[in-house]
Structure formats: structure tokens, C-alpha cells
Design a protein. Structure first.
Length: 91
């Protein structure tokens, strides 16, 4: 996994407002863990698509309810497209 020129920026609500920074900010820990996971995958010949699918699946699993929320949004978008195409009526 190549390190990008961009740095990970935590959301505003997650940033500390005052006081000293902890010894290792969570974003640094996240970058280190991602680098370790990428190195392990590369050592064992995991292709990029499989690595990304695994990372996405782990992220989804770590956020209860997110999978269902995304599925619902996808279903709504599909229904909107079918309505626009005139394939189903509006209620």
C-alpha cells in the first residue's frame, strides 16, 4: 500500500478541543495499523481488490447498523431510478 500525499483528517467532532495531545493520536494509530495490514497482505500475495474488499467489510462490521443503512439507501436509489424510467408507479 503506497502512502498517499494526503494525510488523514479526523472529522471536526472527533478532534480534541483543548488540552495536550495524547502520546499517539488515533489517526496515527490508524495509519500504522493500515500500513501493517497492507504489508502483511502484500507479503502473502493478496491482490489490491481483495484487500480493499476485506478492509471495507471490516469497517462495515465495526459499525452496527451501517450495512442496513447503506442497503436501504441503495434500495431507495434503485426505486427512484425505476420510477424515473416509468417502470413502477409512485405511491
Amino acid at each position: 500500500m503506497q502512502k498517499s500525499n494526503e494525510t488523514f483528517t479526523p472529522p471536526m467532532a472527533s478532534r480534541p478541543h483543548a488540552g495536550p495531545e495524547p502520546s499517539k493520536h488515533w489517526t496515527v494509530q490508524l495509519e500504522e495499523l493500515l500500513a501493517q495490514a497492507a504489508a502483511l497482505g502484500a507479503r502473502h500475495g493478496v491482490d489490491a481488490d481483495s484487500f480493499m474488499k476485506g478492509a471495507w467489510s471490516a469497517y462495515i462490521d465495526a459499525r452496527p447498523g451501517l450495512r442496513e443503512q447503506l442497503e436501504e439507501m441503495q434500495l431507495k436509489n434503485q426505486l427512484d431510478e425505476l420510477r424515473k424510467a416509468g417502470r413502477i408507479g409512485e405511491a
